[in-house]
Structure formats: C-alpha cells, structure tokens
Design a protein around this ligand. Sequence first.
Ligand code: ATP
Length: 675
Amino acid sequence: MDGMTNLIELKGIGEKTAAAFARMGVRNVDSLISMYPRYYLTYDDPVSVGDLEIGQRASVLLRIDSEVHIRYAKRMKIVTCLGKDGTGIVSLTWFNMPYLKKQLHRGRDYVFTGTPVFKNGRLCMEHPEISEPEDYKEKQETLQPVYPLTTGLTNKQVSKAVAQAKDYILKIPEYLPEQIMEKYRPMDYGQALWNIHFPESKNTLIQAKKRLIFDEFFVFISAMHMLSDDREEKSSYPISDCPQAEKLIRSLPYELTGAQKRALAEMKHDLSSGKIMNRLVQGDVGSGKTILAVILLLMCAEAGYQGVLMAPTEVLANQHYETFQELLSPYGVRIVLLTGSTKAREKREIYEKMKSHQADIIIGTHALIQEKAEYDQLALVITDEQHRFGVRQRESLSLKGDKPHVLVMSATPIPRTLAIILYGDLDVSLIDEVPANRLPIKNCVVNTSYRPTAYRFIEKQVREGRQAYVICPMVEESEAMEGENVIQYAAMLRNHLPPSIRVECLHGRMKAKEKQQIMDDFADGKIQVLVSTTVVEVGVNVPNATVMMVENAERFGLAQLHQLRGRVGRGEHQSYCIFMTGSKKKETMKRLEVLNRSNDGFYIANEDLKLRGPGDFFGVRQSGMMDFILADVYNDADIMKQAADAVKELEEEGFDFSAIKNSRLEKQISLAHNL
Ligand SMILES: Nc1ncnc2c1ncn2[C@@H]1O[C@H](COP(=O)(O)OP(=O)(O)OP(=O)(O)O)[C@@H](O)[C@H]1O
C-alpha cells in the first residue's frame, strides 16, 4: 500500500462505500489519512441522574432496578430495563442486542454512557454504552475519534479504513530538518499522524496535535518569508502618479474613512518607492477593503501593467468582477474573470487575452495559477482573504510575474504581536474604522422557543424591503451530525412565511453555477430569505440584507460567528443578528454573550481566547481560520512562535526551503484543506 492506493483496494470498502468517500473528496490512502477526526469522544466522570442534561452525552452510574425485559416490535428485539441512583430513574433501551438480557443483572451497578432524551414522560437513554464500573476508569484514558461523515459512511468504516494504513503511516519519513527535530523535539511525523487518528492517550494526542500544528505554522511562515524575501529588491514595476485613480476616489458616493486613506497612502508609498511591496491589509468585516483593491488595480492598469485579484470562492470572484466592472467602466480598463466554471473555449480566449495583454485586470479563483495562465507585465497580485487559502498558491501566482507587488487582504482580527510572528516581514496596514454611515448591529442570543418570533421579525423586515440570511450548520444529515438540514429547513421556513416571500437555499455541495444563480438573485433582491451553510461567511456583500439568524450558534467559533454577522450591517439600514442556541450550558451562553456585547472583531478574538480553555482540546474543531486545519492562531501562539524561530534559524543558515516546498508536508496540508 502507498499513498496513491485506491480506497477500493482496502478491506471492507466496496463500490458504495468508495463512492461515499469520494463524495467527501477522499479517493486514495493519502487523502484518507488527511481526513482528521472532527473530535474525540471522551469518557468524563459519571454524573448523577439529577445532573443529566437532555441531548448532552454523559456517563451515569446506575443500579439496575427492574427485570431486564426483552420485547419484539417491528421485527426488532428491544431490551429494556430501569436504572437508578439516589437522584432519579432512567429508562434504558437497546435495539437488536438480545444477548444483553443475560449480561445485565438486576441489583448490580454499571456505568452507562449515552445521550439522554425525554420520551413518554420519562428520562431515557437509547443504546447507551455499558461499562463495568471498575473498567470505566481505564476507558477514561481512551479517546474515540469521530470523523466527518456523509450518507452511506459510518464512523466505524472510516476508522477501519484508516487502521489498515497503519504501517504506511508509521513509515512515512520525517522531513523536518534534523536540527529542528533535535532542538524542538516534536513527535515524529508518522507517529503524530497515527496518533491523530488513534491516540494512545490524551497526552499522545496533545503531542501529536502539537506536532501537526507546528508543521502548519512552519509551512505558512516559511512561505511568507520566501514571499517577503525580495522586499528589499528593486521593483521592475514602479507605480506612481495616477490621475484616474484620484478621479475614481473623488467620484465615489462616499468619502473614504480615515483608516482607508491611511492604508492607501501606505500602499501608494510602497508602490512608488521603487521597491517591491509586500503588505497585509487587515480590516474588520465590512471595513471597506474591496475599494482599496479597486483603486490599486486601477493604478496598476493606468501604469500600463497587469494586476490580479484572487478570491477564495467563485461566488466571491463573481461578486468582485461585478463590483470592478461597475466602478471601472468609465476608465476603459479591460477586466476579465477566470474561474473553475469558465467554459474551456472561453478560458482559452481569456488566456490569450492575458498573455497578449488585452486584459488589464484579471479576477478569479485558483484557475488563475494554473499552468496555462500566462501574464504580461504582471505587476500586482492581490489575494482576498486568507480563509481556506494556500499560501503556496499565492506564491505561485507571484512567481508568474517578474516579482510583482503583493497585497494580502484579511478580515481575520489578529493582534499585531501575533501578526508580526505569522507574517514575518510583511508590512501591515490596519483598517480600524468602519464607514461612518453604519448603525451598529443589534444582537440577541436566544433559545429555540424564540424561533416563531424570529420568523415574524424576518417577515416584518422583508415587508419593509429588506432581506435575511438564515445559517444552518450542516447540509446532509448524517449519524454524527444532527444539525439542521439546510434543504429541509428552507422547506419548513417556507411554510412559516407567506408565499410572497421567496426562500431559497445555498450550500457547499451545489454546483458552482447554481450557487451563482442563487447569489445573483439574492443580490438582485429576487430572493428575500437565503437559508445557507457557512458558504456565505466570507466576503459576500449584499448591503440590503439586514437580518442574520444563526441556528445552533453554539456550534460555531466566535470568530466565525463574527464573520457571519459581518454579512449584515453593510449598508445604511439598521441590521440585526439573532444567535439561536439549543444549549443551556453556562459556558456556551458566556461565549455567545461576548458577541452580544461587542461588534468589534479584535475584542471578540481576545475574549474568545480568554474563554477557551485547554478542555477544548478534544472538542469539535472550529472551522479553521486562515490557512490552518488544526492550528489556531490564538490558542497555539506558543507553537507559532516556535515555528517562526525555527524558520528564522534555518534561514540564517541559508537552508533551502524549496526542499520542503514539494514535500509531503505540504501535500498533506493541502490535501487536508480540500476535505
Ligand atoms: N468609506 C466608506 N463609506 C461608506 N461605505 C463604504 C466605504 N467603504 C466601503 N463602503 C461600502 O461598504 C460595504 C462593505 O465594503 P467591502 O465589501 O469592501 O468590505 P470588506 O472590508 O471587504 O468586508 P468583508 O471582510 O466583510 O468582506 C460595500 O458595500 C462598500 O461599498
């Protein structure tokens, strides 16, 4: 077996299972082992019946207080009994496990682990795991991986498949340079990868995660260093004196904010300095970064060069394309759009235009860095948002030009101290001001009983001409995720709203074209309510939308919720954000309260950091910020610092980073990204 081995060659994987894996983007062993568990089931100390919470998995020590019955219903054998402790009774049920009747004995104690529900007026646990009390302690040392799943794929199937790759994983050679291994003593790569799937103990999982997080930072930071290496070099593309750009600024229907002006001045200085610009523009959601990109690319076109704007999704690339066309039509600038769904023939034409410099501004997605894409005098590369974006892709784009100026735009609020470590020598401009015409978003955190009220509120806003987003966490129902289903949710919502209100849904698995149609219709006001997964999270700009309702808000990270909220409050209308949660947990409420209190991304990020404890280590991974899968800029700042030190040391020794460049490390990271 090797990394390219097709999954179908593994034991226990037939056509159907392979197809289910394929739907998740997993086709061979390498991509399989890059699919890390979402979280790990742990076995906490048992609680008493009185402390059980409906819907919250827990363990409870119970004495069996009834006969163990077996009954038959719908061809199923159902085993039931009652268990109790000093604080209450739980009804216990198992399906098709008739042998349990002999295993469980009235009057004896067992630890039951499961999710309590309320049925027929009593507290029940269906299919709880059973442990002898003396064995339970041992169990508490173990962790069970829980994988992302899809219909037709069970957790067991995934872990069985990964288990078969054990020898292969453990033999993957180490690729970090020896001196780094010696100095920082991280866990071996193969060991780490194995332990991320099958942790021997909590401690090994911590070590494994640390190692993989180190790798992620190491790759990111080394790429950043390479990018800014040539900063002191002379640029072949000095850009200054731009009357058209000045005219554009004067013609905008608003005045640039002080922060926008400052950032722009810094960039203009870079571009005219004769050196190569390497700058990060950081601004909170909705702070108006796009217009800066427009101005800069116009300046670049005016100087007779080409410029590129690369977006992380097609929806965003399209949105930018439209914005650019609208704003730049009076200036005779030739703009083209190139994405994955551009038809082959059209693509060829666009490539030709790029090569022969019949295009000045090229907007697109990853398609921009494909081999066939050739540029003429590519002077400026702007990448929008680092979310889900390979640094390397950014780099390959800059390699397509003769060392162009580079601008990275980010809405991730990173404290300056961390930004310096992460971005190395990149200059940073901060947009710490939102346009003055905005009313602060009104927030509320509510439980699910508020849902009907929320729907009436949405209806009212729509009547007033506004639009709304409703965010559900998952697309497909699967055993592991019981989140609200977008499609079903939209159907349900249609029943709650008058037929004149058009409700549509948007999710990641839709075809690019369908997604675009829905987004276009929403932007044009033809759709009033958009039920969506987090696809809309990054950068979507529909200023008429004023309501953002997030279902299961407790499942999202604060930074992500802040991004989602950023989709509203982008125009002059009062906007509202409704965080709906089914959880009554104190910590959850405390976290969500942070959002209630503030609309400031930096404040939220800092509070998030304070509230997150080490306990989260085994918990559900939050949707990764920036380029990282496991790494978290805030929580893992120490590892980030180490990785930065390591890169620096190697750099001083003249280490050849391109050796890492094509290595497994990078491949693995990019594979995991695409899952
Ligand atoms: N100075 C300004 N005054 C008023 N409106 C502005 C100003 N600058 C930008 N805008 C408008 O604010 C909205 C948001 O701007 P933009 O899309 O650039 O935000 P962004 O910083 O890219 O946000 P995100 O990170 O959320 O994508 C747009 O509709 C834009 O036209």
